[in-house]
Design a protein around this ligand. Structure first.
Ligand SMILES: [Zn+2]
Length: 500
């Protein structure tokens, strides 16, 4: 029996996201600390000085509620904050202001492509800690702490242990990142630490456990294997890799009769392994207590209504609409809607093409161009489609000129490339080609004749049965017409003439 037939994988995810606010969670210090001089965005509140009082950031709480609404959560009408104690140099107060018993958002979900539903237990508001760095000089080791990050608003999304594979975890994290970006909740850049994923993983024997009310329970006298938490994961791909690695490690340990202890491990991206960090704290270790310096905050129906109005059409809905209304392929619809920027570009292009091509054909054409030439140029150059700075009406003109048969698709793509790379004026180039086509259109016959005379070898080859030679001849003629002729037409004229 293979291991995957013998064991079930059970994953819960904790995702921390820094939300997009101008100031920190409980003080007015600016949040944009990236590449700023250390300890310049600080004040008595975020330095945890005695007597400093926290004042909650309204916008941060709105963004937490927005994430909750976008993920089908219930929103608490009263917001409470608690103190979570632990002692690290990067936490100057000795506690983090977080939420314990009551989270702002609870009982949400996101549906995955395979139909499985990831249940969200809670989304709560808290604050980020400072950043410590460790150095060594002349055999002396020391640490430096930068408090610019201390007190930056953070939301924590906690799923129930209902994720069944590394792929599902990856998809869920991707969806959370998409929602964050679509709704401007966060830039969710994992490299900058704006989004951090911490999966907890356990492996249980099939048929020996059940999932009930968000909990994993043993059946009969089965003893559940402990779960392991993995931290320091720097990308969504690494979330998948770290889980795959950990599952294999856990199964090996169980098969070898080793007891799994509850622990926190770190992901070492260079080695592609997880490493032991510490045995896991329990809630008791944090000695939670209500935060006495912050009063209960009421959330009204009007608040919810106002925040709801920020919800725009999200990737899943867009994908669904592109497929059902316009007949775009599922793959293309998913790729295009994966970023708001590309989806907006696509929809704008579709709108401009619609009057000439009709809604559906306009969408198909826009999707083909985006998925083909535009993405390939964007990948090559490492820039986004909007950074290419191509005017949508000019691109539409190019596409329509190609559809009218003024030039071939190859020629159109070549022209687009030139315009992006050398800043050529698309409209002027199209005019030139139209002119060139008018000049040569009466001469196609002559050009074909000339080509036949100039390429006796290829003509000979074709006549002796080498059909491929016709392609060579068509290419020559296309060159002579600067790509303005219709290759199928050229091909037909050629074949006619070669019959004689
Ligand atoms: Zn401050």
């Amino acid at each position: 029996m293979s291991e995957s037939e013998k064991y079930d994988v059970i994953i819960g995810l904790e995702i921390h996201i820094q939300t997009n606010t101008k100031s920190k969670m409980f003080c007015s210090c600016p949040t944009g600390y990236f590449q700023k001089e250390p300890n310049t965005h600080v004040c008595p509140v975020c330095l945890g000085l005695p007597g400093a009082l926290p004042v909650p950031n309204k916008r941060a709480i709105e963004l937490c509620i927005l994430m909750g609404l976008a993920t089908n959560c219930d929103i608490d009408k009263e917001i409470y904050f608690d103190r979570k104690h632990y002692f690290y140099p990067d936490l100057p107060k000795g506690y983090q202001i977080s939420q314990y018993k009551r989270a702002i958002c609870t009982d949400g979900y996101i549906d995955l492509k395979n139909g499985n539903r990831v249940e969200i237990e809670r989304i709560h508001q808290e604050e980020d800690v400072a950043k410590s760095t460790h150095h060594s000089e002349n055999n002396k080791e020391y640490s430096l702490i930068d408090y610019n990050k201390s007190g930056v608003p953070l939301i924590e999304i906690v799923t129930k242990p209902c994720i069944k594979s590394a792929q599902e975890a990856k998809e869920f994290a991707t969806k959370i990142r998409q929602i964050s970006r679509y709704l401007n909740i966060s830039f969710a850049d994992m490299e900058k630490g704006q989004m951090r994923c911490e999966p907890n993983i356990s492996v249980q024997e099939k048929g020996k456990w059940e999932y009930k009310d968000g909990k994993i329970l043993p059946i009969g006298d089965y003893k559940l294997n402990s779960k392991v938490e993995v931290k320091n994961i720097g990308s969504i791909t690494a979330v998948e890799k770290a889980i795959e690695y950990e599952v294999k490690r856990l199964v090996d340990d169980i098969e070898n009769g080793k007891e799994i202890i509850q622990q926190t491990r770190g992901w070492n991206a260079e080695k592609g392994v997880t490493e032991f960090q510490r045995s896991k704290e329990t809630a008791d270790d944090y000695r939670y207590m209500p935060e006495p310096d912050i009063l209960v905050i009421d959330v009204t129906e009007e608040d919810i209504e106002r925040i709801s109005s920020e919800i725009v059409e999200l990737p899943d809905e867009k994908t669904e609409r592109y497929i059902s209304s316009w007949g775009i392929s599922e793959y293309s619809a998913e790729v295009i809607s994966s970023t708001k920027e590309n989806a907006t570009y696509f929809e704008n292009l579709q709108k401009v093409l619609s009057p000439k091509l009709g809604e559906k054909d306009a969408a198909i054409e826009a999707s083909n161009w985006l998925m083909g030439t535009l993405y390939s140029i964007s990948n090559e150059k490492g820039i986004t489609v909007s950074e290419m700075d191509i005017d949508i009406t000019e691109l539409a003109l190019l596409i329509l000129s190609f559809k009218e048969g003024i030039f071939t698709k190859n020629k159109a793509e070549e022209l687009l490339r030139e315009c992006i790379e050398n800043g050529k004026d698309i409209t002027a180039e199209i005019e030139n080609l139209k002119q060139a086509k008018n000049d040569t259109s009466g001469d196609i016959d002559n050009i074909v004749e000339e080509c036949i005379v100039q390429n006796p070898k290829a003509v000979e080859d074709y006549k002796s049965g080498k059909d491929a030679s016709i392609g060579f001849l068509v290419g020559k003629i296309m060159q002579a017409t600067k790509g303005t002729a219709n290759p199928n037409e050229v091909r037909n004229i050629l074949i006619e003439k070669l019959k004689r």
